[in-house]
Design a protein around this ligand. Structure first.
Ligand SMILES: [Zn+2]
Length: 492
């Protein structure tokens, strides 16, 4: 077999487990896995002493998002460079209709942001913000290759909020089309009431940014998740809870999956590694994101949920704001642009805190960062695993070598980092996207605009095999690994 490129001698993580060996690449695809593959003169990437893992999919990203009076500071050029350095080879952003936009116009706008700039492959979730106007446009978006939709249970002031009627109706349509609804689950009426009660000059002076966690107790998320799960159970429509941050939410998901509700949960890495004592810091307002950072017991429960299966995906909710933009708050926590930089540190944080500290195996990490997100977002088997026939999207990481996080040395436009000074392993030494090297020696070398939009035809887990999500997830790392392919390639 002739190859255009080989990766040799690494610890290669496949859905069937890891093996020490080689990957043969032809064009944009993986065409062989084996040991001692013959390079036949093709260029060789030496991966000796390194882990070779599938490229990461960050399926929750906001680039250049107009939000809370600012525009988030990473766009498709800096955001995707940051991602590549963190081993991310696919991202999914959210196309949000502004003013009188239709769903189709929202997607057109987002295409314009990405085109000519994106270094890595991408697509969008389509946000439904005005149900009566948008409901008849959903099928057209499925026909255009978009299979994941999003509704927000909060953000009335941004004009994004959906009510129960909209969620119920959308889930009915998800059932009909084999697509999936993503929901930002927080309980808006009680949240607004708690914010109003605390929004006084005296309390703001006394507590500053600590009012952010004080006004969002865990039941704000838990009640909303329970309600969304109820609508999923009633309609049979596939539901995906984005950025789940609480122990209570995790318990609700576990119970729902056990009785066969087609619900999947995502957490973000900041909820796994940061605790809400950060808001007491002098620069605590920088850490405001939505939902906010929670407590150690929540972190612990989310890690356990990843291990046991009720938490299926880790993403970032990247929404970068600089120190100057965060300073808009002027002491009022309700005015802090909410969001954190994330793409560049997703893999290093999950690897360092998850794998090196024994909370997840290397294979489990790959499942949560790559295989599961690809599967539930309708991108598998093209993305999400190192196997014959898949796109050659690959990250090569050193098992233990650590970089210190120094914001000025990073690709993100953020001039600060929630992880500043942390020593993290797992930055990508070499990143390949569709067979092309886009990060080499920890430096971005790929060309802006080479990333491609990814059309999809389904989403969620039901459409693929007829198994319920709980059944599939409880099997652990899922995969149609073809043992014959491995054997044919000389891997036992
Ligand atoms: Zn988000």
């Amino acid at each position: 077999m002739r190859f255009d490129r080989l990766i040799k001698g690494g610890n290669v993580v496949t859905p069937a487990g890891a093996f020490r060996g080689d990957i043969g690449i032809a064009g944009e695809k993986i065409v062989a896995l084996g040991t001692d593959l013959d390079d036949g003169g093709a260029p060789v990437i030496d991966a000796t002493g390194h882990h070779v893992i599938p490229g990461i999919l960050d399926v929750h990203v906001h680039l250049a998002l107009p939000f809370m009076g600012a525009v988030s500071a990473d766009d498709y050029s800096t955001g995707t460079r940051a991602g590549a350095r963190g081993g991310v080879t696919t991202l999914i952003d959210f196309a949000i209709p502004y003013k009188g936009d239709s769903l189709s116009q929202a997607v057109d706008n987002w295409h314009k942001r990405a085109e000519g700039k994106s270094l890595i492959d991408y697509t969008f979730h389509v946000c439904i913000t005005r149900w009566d106007e948008h409901k008849d446009q959903i099928q057209g978006m499925v026909d255009r290759g978009f299979t994941t939709f999003k509704e927000f249970m909060i953000y009335e002031s941004e004009g994004w909020q959906s009510d129960d009627r909209a969620m119920f109706g959308t889930l009915e349509k998800m059932k009909e089309y084999g697509t999936m609804l993503l929901v930002h689950a927080e309980s808006s009426r009680v949240l607004d009431e708690l914010i109003a009660r605390h929004h006084t000059p005296e309390l703001m002076k006394m507590y500053g940014a600590r009012l952010h966690p004080m006004t969002r107790p865990n039941f704000i998320e838990a009640e909303a998740i329970a309600r969304a799960v109820q609508w999923s159970e009633a309609t049979g429509g596939q539901l995906y809870i984005v950025h789940m941050s609480t122990a209570e939410g995790t318990e609700i998901i576990r119970a729902a999956q056990a009785r066969g509700v087609p619900v999947i949960a995502e957490t973000c890495v900041q909820y796994l590694v940061l605790e809400d004592s950060v808001f007491a810091r002098e620069d605590g307002h920088l850490y405001a994101c939505c939902p906010q950072i929670k407590k150690p017991r929540d972190m612990e429960r989310l890690w356990k949920g990843l291990k046991h299966g009720e938490v299926s995906v880790v993403s970032t909710d990247t929404c970068t704001f600089t120190r100057e933009q965060k300073a808009l708050w002027k002491g009022d926590w309700t005015k802090i642009p909410m969001g954190l930089p994330g793409l560049e540190t997703l893999l290093p944080l999950t690897y360092t805190r998850g794998v090196l500290e024994g909370r997840l195996t290397l294979e489990e990490m790959c499942t949560k960062l790559s295989t599961n997100p690809a599967k539930v977002m309708g991108l598998f088997p093209r993305k999400g695993a190192i196997q014959v026939g898949a796109d050659a999207d690959i990250a090569i990481i050193h098992p233990s070598w650590r970089h210190q996080v120094v914001p000025s040395e990073m690709e993100t436009n953020a001039d600060w980092s929630p992880y500043e000074g942390w020593d993290l392993a797992g930055f990508s030494r070499t990143t390949l996207s569709r067979g092309e090297v886009i990060v080499d020696g920890y430096k971005v070398v790929g060309r802006a605009g080479r990333g491609k939009w990814l059309p999809r035809t389904f989403a969620g887990l039901e459409g693929t095999t007829g198994e319920t999500s709980a059944m599939r997830m409880s099997r652990g790392p899922l995969s149609p690994i073809r043992v014959e392919d491995l054997k044919a390639a000389g891997v036992a």
